[in-house]
Design a protein around this ligand. Structure first.
Ligand SMILES: [Zn+2]
Length: 341
């Protein structure tokens, strides 16, 4: 049994599968916080300090071949160091890791690695479900939507209830076969780094949408909202649903563990509107287990939030969502009826 200096057993959450030979450096690199800037001459990886929420690249991480990691910010002066011989992170390092949104249980796997017995090597297993998406490049074939050149795209947006000015929309050049004739919606993380995008066809096509090859489990649409003060946030499945109500989207019906940990950073009420089917039942149960709230808006025969937004308008939709919020056993009861009907 591994014990820390206070002789309390160190414990990882039972669902954590990350183990073995990972290091804190690897965890920090995998988290995507380092961005794409090359290191400085003396090896510092420059970042915008998340401790003081700096808007300039005045913070930095430095990694030593021995496995030590250092952080320093030249704006707020915050410093933290971790050496592999330590059995736990200093309070300051915890502050750095949490400020940058790095999952602590993932980082703790580096502590275990340092103490893993060489005679009992464990297979290296990185749990994708816990890892945030890394910053990606915007393809050079993408350009901002020009409404005069793409009337069909504007027409498509209008049918979804939006104008060309409601959001940042991209269009690909025609030569890019995979992405042409699609409205591309960029997705940024809370540090405003591009991590994903989704292209939706605005002409008839068998394939409705395209995405880059990035696990969606590490992505949240409108992620920044979770880091802003607020009483509540509506958590949707799709981007257009989220745009309809000013919420966030998890790009699917299942929460990844990364998405759950990010959603929990938002202090206010997390509102989920389950689909009226088995998928919605599973999602609603998972939401309640995590302390989130459910909402059961009357949206008639509409299949999703965006459809209701187009049909009834934003004011009615928002009013319905907020007046039908339920939590705990009451929500569980209503969920059963909702998904059975
Ligand atoms: Zn700082």
């Amino acid at each position: 049994v591994i014990v820390d200096r206070d002789q309390k057993p160190l414990h990882l959450p039972s669902h954590t599968k990350v183990f073995a030979t990972t290091t804190l450096e690897q965890v920090i690199r995998d988290s995507g916080v380092l961005g794409t800037r090359p290191p400085s001459n003396d090896g510092w990886r420059q970042v915008k300090c998340a401790v003081c929420n700096d808007y300039k690249f005045r913070g930095g991480f430095k990694f030593d071949p021995s496995g030590s990691c250092a952080f320093h910010c030249f704006n707020c002066g915050f410093s933290a160091v971790h050496t592999p011989s330590r059995s736990q992170f200093s309070e300051k390092m915890v502050k750095v890791l949490t400020s940058f949104g790095i999952d602590l249980s993932t980082a703790q796997s580096a502590l275990f690695s340092a103490f893993a017995s060489p005679s009992h090597p464990q297979p290296q297993k990185i749990d994708r479900d816990l890892i945030p998406a890394k910053e990606i490049e915007k393809p050079s074939t993408f350009f901002p939507l020009d409404p005069t050149k793409h009337p069909k795209a504007v027409e498509y947006l209008k049918n979804r209830g939006f104008t060309e000015n409601d959001h940042q929309w991209w269009i690909s050049i025609p030569a890019d076969k995979k992405w042409s004739n699609r409205i591309v919606v960029p997705v940024y993380n809370h540090r405003e780094q591009l991590v994903f995008y989704q292209g939706r066809t605005f002409i008839d096509s068998p394939k409705r949408w395209e995405s880059p090859n990035v696990p969606r489990s590490g992505v949240i649409f409108n992620h920044k909202k979770l880091y802003e003060p607020g009483d509540s946030v509506i958590v949707c499945e799709g981007i257009f649903d989220a745009l309809s109500v000013g919420g966030v989207a998890i790009l699917g019906s299942e929460f990844s563990r990364y998405q759950l940990s990010e959603l929990k950073k938002f202090r206010g009420t997390k509102i989920i509107i389950p689909h009226k089917d088995d998928r919605g039942l599973a999602q609603g149960k998972s939401a309640l287990e995590n302390g989130f709230s459910l909402s059961f808006p009357d949206i008639g025969s509409c299949g999703d939030i965006n459809e209701a937004f187009v049909k009834y308008g934003k004011m009615y939709l928002i009013q319905q969502i907020y007046s039908t919020i339920a939590t705990g056993p009451q929500a569980e009861f209503r969920l059963g009826l909702w998904c059975a009907g």
